[in-house]
Design a protein around this ligand. Structure first.
Ligand code: HEC
Length: 200
């Protein structure tokens, strides 16, 4: 091949372009899409939770259209793209500002009577959001032939998630710290048991 400064220039510019834009811009664009999808799904989780709190399950069908993984993304801390706990950022410390992280803290230590009152609405809202997710994950068993990952196992963990979320909502309403703690513990157990079997 004859040396062509022009070819060299084109090829260098080409790789510089790929390095500068291709390698960065494409994943960023995907991350942006992912964020927007997550936001849309979370708005649906929030709306479904609100309607479940008033006894209306009709929105569950809408949430069912989405895949399990981005729905479960709702559990991440607010700062990492999840729904968060409480009406606004700063309502609780950042390390508790996530549906999952708050659940862990509720399961660990009983709330003081003052906190059971202060957090009543936020715990109830979170419990209904988790219930919304549980009502949808019910039908999302990852089909496979492994006996240890059966549909029955999935249903068992999912029922524990659903029942405990209902218990947590009731416990929040009655401001019963011991019941908030015990229902949060069984709810968190459902996450771990299902993940150990189906995710890890
Ligand atoms: C019935 C089974 C089941 C239960 C119960 C369950 N999960 Fe999951 N979860 C999964 C599976 C399966 C995945 C992985 C989905 C995938 O990768 O497609 C997942 C993924 C996740 C993720 C990762 C989402 C992301 O951004 O990729 C988080 C966070 C999560 N779950 C939190 C929870 C919490 C918190 C609970 C309990 C309140 C819970 N899950 C209960 C099955 C379950």
């Amino acid at each position: 091949m004859t040396f062509s400064p022009r070819w060299l220039l084109t090829s260098l510019t080409g790789s510089a372009f790929v390095l500068a834009f291709g390698m960065q811009w494409v994943p960023q664009a995907r991350a942006q899409d992912k964020k927007e999808i997550a936001k849309k799904i979370q708005a649906t989780v929030i709306a479904t939770g609100e309607s479940l709190a008033s006894g209306d399950a009709s929105k569950v069908k809408e949430l069912e259209k989405f895949d399990l993984d981005p729905i479960m993304h709702s559990f991440k801390p607010r700062a990492r793209g999840g729904i968060g706990f409480g009406p606004v950022a700063g309502f609780v410390p950042p390390n508790e500002d996530g549906l999952e992280s708050k659940l862990i803290s509720l399961a660990k230590k009983p709330l003081s009577p003052a906190d059971a009152t202060r957090l009543e609405s936020a715990v109830s809202v979170a419990a209904h959001q988790i219930l919304a997710i549980a009502m949808v994950s019910e039908s999302k068993w990852p089909e496979n032939k492994d006996k240890s990952k059966s549909k029955e196992k999935w249903a068992e963990f999912n029922t524990l998630m659903k029942d405990s979320a209902k218990d947590l909502a009731a416990a929040a309403k009655s401001k019963n710290s011991a019941k908030i703690k015990s229902s949060a513990s069984s709810l968190y157990r459902s996450c771990n048991e299902c993940h150990t079997t189906f995710r890890d």
